[in-house]
Design a protein around this ligand. Sequence first.
Ligand code: CUA
Length: 328
Amino acid sequence: MLSNLPLFPEQAATSAQQVDALFFFLVGVSAFFATLIAVLLVYFALRYRRRSSSDRPKGIEGALGLEIAWSLIPFGLSMIMFVWGARVYVQLRQPPDNATPVYVVGKQWMWKLQHLEGQREINELHVPVGRPIKLIMTSEDVIHSFYIPAFRIKQDVLPGRYTTTWFEATKAGTYHLFCAEYCGTQHAGMIGWVTVMEPADYEIWLSGGLKKSLASAGEDLFQQLGCVTCHRSDSGGRGPALDGVFGKTVSLQNGATAVADEGYLRESILDPQAKTVAGYQPIMPTFKGLVSEEQLLQLIAYIKTLGAPAGGDGATRGAAVPAAAREP
Ligand code: CUA
C-alpha cells in the first residue's frame, strides 16, 4: 500500500487512517481526470486534425446528454469530497467525552507537557495505546504549531488562549513531534518524540517517580496565592464559590452569560474584570505575571475537580479525573 512507502509517515492513530483514506481518494480522482484529459487531448488533436486547407468541420448544436453528464458527475464527486472532508474535519475537532486531557505549553523553543497525574515532560509525550488523548494547549510567547505526522494531527498553539486537538494512538512506538509554525531562530529545533506504550507499560511509566497530581499542585497554588480567602466553598466569600463551576453557564454582571470552560477560567484569573460574575464586586486583582502558563493549567485542573456545592456529590473533590469535566 502507498502508506508503506518511505514518502509517507506511519499510520499510528485512528485519525491517520481517516485522513489518508480521504487523501488517497482525492489523489485518485485527480489522477484519473488528469490522465483522462491528457489522453483525450492527444487523441483529439490527432483524430480531428486539419487534413487540408479546405477542411471545414460541421457546426455543432450541442449535446444535452453529454452536458448533463459532465455537470452531474463532477458535482457528485465534489459533493462526496465535501461531505467526506467535513466529516473527517468534525471528528478531528471533537474529542470524545472520555478523552484524557494532557496540557501542553509551547515556548521558544520547547514543548512542555503536563499529565493529570503530575508527570511533566519536555519535548516528550508518553501515552498509552487505544486511549483517546485530548491536548489542551497554549503558548508562553509566540504562535507555535503542534504537529505529529504519524497521527496526521496539526494544531496551532496560540498565546493568550487554549486550543485543543485529540488523537487515539493505535500502535506502540516512538513518533516524531514537530513545531510546524516558524517561531524564531531555533524553530527547527523545536522537536520531540511521542512514545506510545502498551497500557501496562504506560501504568508502570506513570507510577515511576510519582509527583503531585496536577490538581493537587493547583490546590497548593490556590492556597498560596490566597484565592481561597475569597473563593470559599461556603459561599460567604467575596468571590463566587468555585465548586462545580466548571462547564456551567454563569451569569455575568452585564447581563450576558459565559460558559466556564478552560478559556473562561484562564481569562478570569488574568483579567478578572473582563467577565465579572453577577452579584459580585469587580475587586479581584489580576494574577498576570504572577502565575505561569503551566501554573494556570494546574489551577484550572484543580477547579475542574471541585465537586458540586454542599449537598451535592463531594466525592469528586481531589479526584484526578473529574467525570463532569468536559468541554461543551
Ligand atoms: Cu515553535 Cu516553531
